[in-house]
Each structure stands twice: as structure tokens, then as C-alpha cells.
Design a protein around this ligand. Structure first.
Ligand SMILES: [Zn+2]
Length: 69
């Protein structure tokens, strides 16, 4: 289960060049930062990306039973 969550990616904006970076949940957890191609190191705040990731997790793992058609 945990390994699957690591594959989930969240999007964060680079404050320097504005590029949208895809950051895997594993990087968010372990590094708490994302490096952009422009050379900027985007620090990931605790709440923002994790709340985004939580939302992605919810979307990737919808409650069982609802879609059982
Ligand atoms: Zn950048």
C-alpha cells in the first residue's frame, strides 16, 4: 500500500520560473523539496503539498463500495 502511494505525484509551482513540477509523494516525504530544471530548490511546506497529496490519494483510492456497479 505505502509503495503505491509513493507513485502519486503532486504538482507544485516553481517560484522562480513558474514551471509546474511533478513531485512524487516519496520525494515529498523524504526530501521535502523538489529541484527544478532552472536550478531552484522548491521547498515543500508541510501543509500545502501534503494536503494536495492527500487529495490525490483520495482520488486514487476512492472509498470501496461506492463505485461497485
Ligand atoms: Zn524553476
Amino acid at each position: 500500500m505505502a509503495g503505491e502511494l509513493d507513485d502519486i505525484e503532486a504538482q507544485v509551482d516553481c517560484p522562480r520560473c513558474g514551471r509546474v513540477l511533478s513531485v512524487s509523494y516519496r520525494d515529498i516525504r523524504l526530501l521535502k523539496a523538489a529541484s527544478c530544471a532552472c536550478g531552484a530548490l522548491v521547498r515543500l511546506q508541510d501543509d500545502t503539498p501534503l494536503s494536495i497529496v492527500q487529495k490525490l490519494i483520495d482520488e486514487a483510492n476512492p472509498p470501496q463500495g461506492d463505485n461497485d456497479v
